[in-house]
Design a protein around this ligand. Structure first.
Ligand SMILES: N[C@@H](CCC(=O)N[C@@H](CS)C(=O)NCC(=O)O)C(=O)O
Length: 197
């Protein structure tokens, strides 16, 4: 299989960590979303896009991660039973939502002043980030992982949101506000899959 994406994308990072956790072989075509190869494979022209061995293209990151997890290999990043599976997918969705808001904020900041959406937009995205992190921080409590005492796709998505915030909002001190997440990020950074991503 071939992954189309680049390391700056937090959604691509999520998929790369999943692939490395499962120790899957894959080719990595480092491209931006605007590359014709992405548009040919994915009508939405977004990264990550995964080209499977049978030529089928998969998107977006939750679908790709679920596909990768469904192929052979341990550990299971998404539990197979319904209740636990939905719980992990919910944490993934929340963390991805934080990432979405951080991406929107970062795009807004890169716009020239006359093209910006304005302070109300910034406040709206910042509220989503804070509310999302607050719930993730509370959920984590003193636990090592977000759900069921085991590493899951929810943890991967959460780590990717935090590392994207570090890169794009270096002055946002989420570690002081959310100490459980700060410890979580330190622990996850030591996992080989994360360190190599
Ligand atoms: N929900 C999607 C988001 C993917 C996404 O928005 N990727 C960005 C790069 S970080 C992109 O391709 N943007 C191009 C565009 O929106 O046209 C996922 O989880 O894969």
């Amino acid at each position: 299989m071939k992954l189309l994406g680049n390391p700056r994308s937090p959604y691509v990072k999520k998929v790369v960590i999943a692939l490395k956790e499962k120790v899957m072989e894959y080719d990595y075509l480092e491209v931006g979303a605007g590359d014709p190869a992405v548009g040919e494979a994915n009508p939405l022209a977004k990264i990550p896009t995964l080209i499977c061995d049978d030529g089928k293209a998969l998107f977006d990151s939750p679908v790709i991660a679920e596909y990768v997890d469904g192929l052979d290999g341990a550990p299971k990043l998404i539990p197979s039973d319904f209740v636990n599976r939905i719980a992990v997918k919910q944490w993934e969705a929340l963390a991805d939502g934080v990432t979405d808001a951080a991406v929107a904020l970062s795009h807004e900041e890169r716009e020239p002043a006359d093209k910006r959406k304005g302070p109300a937009f910034t406040v709206k995205q910042t509220k989503k980030i804070d509310a999302g992190l607050s719930v993730l921080n509370l959920t984590l409590g003193r636990s090592v992982f977000l759900h069921g005492g085991a590493f899951s796709l929810g943890d991967v998505a959460c780590y990717c949101a935090l590392s994207y915030l570090d890169r794009t909002q270096p002055n946002y001190d989420w570690r002081s506000a959310y100490p459980n997440l700060a410890n979580f990020a330190l622990r996850l950074a030591e996992r080989p899959s994360v360190a190599q991503s």
